[in-house]
Write a protein that binds this ligand. Sequence first.
Ligand code: AMP
Length: 192
Amino acid sequence: MKLIIFGPPGSGKGTQASILAKKNKIPHLSTGDILRSKLEEGDDLGQELSTIMSIGNLVPDSIINPIVADKLLSNDCKNGFILDGYPRNKYQSDFLIDFLKKNNLDIDLIIDFIADTTTVKKRIMERSRIENRSDDNLEVIKTRLDKYFAETQPLAVIFKEKFKDKFFEINATQEITKIQYDIENKLKNAQI
Ligand code: AMP
């Protein structure tokens, strides 16, 4: 199973990706999580990531693209993967589409989590109380959402055209269990 989970920060895609990954015994590749673990190493790259991520900007493509490519080619991903938080702009999307083609990898499904700004802001603020993430505060959330709507969301048009019936939208304002149910149904119908 090779999935891309797509949607704004706070839409609950990480939660669903993690549930699906456990159930199907495949890795949950969250680029946010991968970058946060690199940041914690505290070396020069970590310092650079910290500066960029703490204000909600996107990490350069030159850093994230090779990280994702390495992961996708690793043994861990030989039975599939769930990509969460990538691609996030047109360069990453072009890179990924080209990479998949060159490596004969097909995406089974792209799930677009649709949620309004009020809902995602509320969810991120709740998460900030639990996880204490430095980029979960109102000012940074605004930057992250602005980036999402300017650079990431427009990719849905490309995905729809490229992946056709493998692309589907989900109402991400629903309860976790209902979203889970909708995804399971879609996977079943697509025989994945
Ligand atoms: P997330 O956990 O997905 O909300 O990501 C947290 C932060 O990591 C983002 O605000 C970005 O600074 C960085 N990040 C995660 N994924 C990417 C990506 N695909 N491209 C660039 N930056 C990313």
